[in-house]
Design a protein around this ligand. Structure first.
Ligand code: GDP
Length: 197
């Protein structure tokens, strides 16, 4: 898919206030600093569509962008800022879970994972929550340029192994870099394919 137009639509703190539209939407989410803003800018070919400066703890918003006038890209706030309590209490902001529970036009969530790190409990927990709530999702590994090919492959294989302890199969995944644009076509073509179904 070629990106012809990409426009900011609106920011909201409540799912009820999100655009009253039937356009399909694709949500991007991950822990703070995972590279979400950089990825959104890379995918859309816009330098600063998503703001890269948002600091954890600042007002957390659901940002809608209209792409090619026929789908919404949704930039969701990161999860896992709050101290993970010693019990396995979930720390996803309520409005994030409300978004996934209520937003019927949400077609697929892209869960961003920093390819440099070992599987993190909060990401595993979040994907488990998505699974339990029947929310379709894919994984996007970010910052692939920061690793040597061999280490990248090793990390992805470790990730797969850990996912397969919970999941019957590895969800669809993409390997990306905002610096080299690796994965840009793969992710956009996937969205186009799903939109056409
Ligand atoms: P966000 O908090 O998830 O929106 O993360 P940002 O997009 O602001 O990125 C966090 C930091 O990682 C910034 O310093 C980015 O320049 C850097 N970064 C993000 N994506 C990449 C990438 O693909 N490659 C490299 N080398 N750095 C990246």
């Amino acid at each position: 898919m070629k990106i012809k137009t990409a426009e900011f639509v609106v920011s909201n703190s409540k799912v009820e206030l999100c655009p009253n539209s039937t356009l399909p939407e694709y949500a991007f989410i991950g822990r703070s600093n995972v590279g979400k803003s950089s990825l959104i800018n890379m995918l859309t070919g816009r330098k600063s569509l998503a703001k890269t400066s948002a600091k954890p703890g600042k007002t957390q918003l659901i940002n809608h962008f209209l792409i090619n006038e026929n789908w919404h890209l949704v930039d969701l706030p990161g999860y896992g800022y709050a101290q993970v309590s010693k019990s396995t209490k979930r720390v996803f902001q309520k409005f994030i879970t409300a978004y996934f529970e209520k937003r019927e036009q949400m077609i697929c969530a892209f869960v961003l994972i920093d390819s440099r790190h070992k599987p993190q409990p909060i990401d595993m927990e979040f994907m488990r929550w998505l699974g339990e709530h029947n929310v379709p999702f894919c994984i996007i590994f970010t910052k692939a340029d920061k690793l040597k090919a061999k280490n990248l492959e090793e990390n992805i294989n470790n990730y797969k192994a850990e996912m397969l302890e919970t999941w019957e199969e590895m969800p669809q995944y993409f390997i990306t870099s905002a610096s080299t644009k690796l994965g840009q076509d793969d992710v956009l073509d996937y969205i186009e394919e799903v939109n056409e179904q």
